[in-house]
Design a protein around this ligand. Structure first.
Ligand code: FES
Length: 146
């Protein structure tokens, strides 16, 4: 639980083992980007989430569903024009969109389960429990790792 007394609601997406180590898995939830499409990449016991929208032409990265990783390099790959992105922070490593990055989605690993904790997703909103009534969007996480 965040230290300010707020509880972040979360939605379980899948078991960690449902995502092969070093690969990714796509999901759809309203509220995340234009279409609600995002994906989670697993690296051992770490998970990273990003919108499934390439910063180059705003197209989905996976031509074949759930194929987000370039098996040669281990980086995230956009199948449209071949841009690659660093798994840990989504920054562009090569291709036609230098200086850009994937849009992170907040994902957490709890035990052996992968949870969506991004406040933009419908049904996955922050709820303030503090007496102050502060803005629950203030502490919205913006990184997709746990
Ligand atoms: S749409 Fe991804 S590299 Fe062009």
């Amino acid at each position: 639980m965040p230290s300010d007394g707020r509880t972040r609601h979360a939605e379980r997406l899948c078991a960690l083992d449902d995502i092969p180590d070093g690969e990714g898995k796509g999901f759809t939830r309203p509220g995340l980007g234009d279409r609600g499409d995002f994906f989670v990449v697993r690296r051992g016991a770490a998970v990273y989430g990003y919108l499934n929208r390439c910063p180059h032409a705003e197209l989905p990265l996976d031509f074949v569903p759930d194929q987000f990783i370039d098996r040669r390099t281990g980086h995230i790959l956009c199948a449209v024009h071949g841009a690659t992105f660093r798994v840990a922070d989504g920054s562009c490593l090569s291709g036609p969109c230098p200086g850009t990055a994937l849009d992170p989605v907040s994902i957490e690993l709890r035990g052996r389960s992968v949870f969506l904790t991004d406040a933009r997703a419908s049904g996955c909103q922050l709820q303030a429990r503090s007496e102050s009534g502060g803005d629950p969007m203030e502490d919205r996480p913006n990184r997709g790792s746990s």
